[in-house]
Design a protein. Structure first.
Length: 97
């Protein structure tokens, strides 16, 4: 769709991995757009969070955060710390922190 090129790129690249082991193109970190790197983390977090939602909001979110942090080479390391900060604020209900 016209005007959605950057969004399409994010979706296309969000399964790429920083060290080149992803798909569909096997791109390395410098060639993956920042939006795709963020989307990859959020997509994985949401998938794990939903998978374990029967445990309750806080426990499933903590499990999802732990899994994202355990996958060192799957996600762009420069976005893990900001992700953790956002999730911490979300879980504690303190968005201003």
């Amino acid at each position: 769709m016209k005007g959605w090129d950057e969004a399409a790129r994010m979706v296309r690249e969000h399964h790429e991995r920083p060290l080149g082991g992803g798909y569909p193109q096997g791109l390395f970190s410098p060639d993956i757009c920042a939006g795709a790197k963020i989307l990859a983390i959020v997509d994985a977090f949401e998938a794990v969070n939903l998978k374990h939602s029967h445990r309750g909001h806080s426990l499933s979110a903590l499990r999802a955060v732990a899994e994202v942090n355990a996958c060192e080479d799957q996600f762009a390391p420069e976005f893990i710390k900001p992700f953790n900060q956002v999730i911490r604020r979300w879980i504690t209900g303190n968005p201003q922190r």
